[in-house]
Write a protein that binds this ligand. Structure first.
Ligand code: GLN
Length: 196
């Protein structure tokens, strides 16, 4: 049996990640409780609003255990708001999970009207990946242990630090499963039965 991939299901783009994972024949679990957090082998932190995620994680008593599980090596992938949660430093506010060594600035490309698409190359994932940015944060500095997998306009948009993957865009809002497959195969390190 393959790994059980959790998607933090408090707010935001939960269904989109779950359906992308299901299309890749991966076992999935929406995570809302401590028991579900324990059960998941890996976790995706979806986009949405990071302050809402922070508030709900606290209210549901998930925050400390999530920090711990990431410290213990649970593979995790933060998309957009998820990348804000994982950041070691957030411009103008305290970090939340303080999991990886980069600085991020919220809503750094402007507001809702500044949401946009770009086409990027991503190391390990491939070329011509459609990147959807929605009120996206910008990674403005990365530490030595962080590998930049993709940049756009001179700033990292996909990074990896060991078992922690972050993207400031939304692969789950496309029909391109390559990023999810990369997470499963290369970060979670499991077999993912994907049709060619
Ligand atoms: N602007 C949101 C935040 O600061 C992130 C947006 C997103 O996840 N698409 O949390």
């Amino acid at each position: 049996m393959g790994p059980l991939i959790g998607v933090l299901a408090l707010q935001g783009g939960v269904e989109e990640h779950l359906s992308m994972l299901r299309a890749l024949n991966v076992r999935t679990l929406p995570v809302r409780t401590l028991a579900e957090l324990e059960e998941a082998d890996a976790l995706i932190l979806p986009g949405g609003e990071s302050p809402a995620h922070y508030r709900l994680l606290g209210r549901l008593g998930l925050l400390e255990r999530l920090r711990q599980r990431i410290c213990e090596g649970m593979p995790v992938w933060g998309t957009c708001a998820g990348a804000i949660l994982l950041a070691g430093r957030i411009t103008g506010q305290e970090p939340i999970l303080h999991a990886a060594d980069y600085t991020i600035e919220r809503n750094s490309y402007g507001g809702q009207l500044s949401s946009f698409r770009a086409v990027v190359s991503v190391k390990g994932v491939g070329d011509a990946f459609p990147a959807v940015f929605i009120r996206a944060p910008r990674i403005i500095e990365t530490g030595k242990g962080v590998a930049v997998l993709s940049s756009w306009q001179g700033h990292p948009v996909a990074c990896r630090q060991a078992h922690i993957l972050v993207t400031t865009f939304h692969p789950e809002l496309t029909t391109d499963g390559r990023f999810h497959r990369y997470f499963i195969e290369s970060v979670v390190g499991a077999d993912c039965k994907v049709e060619p």
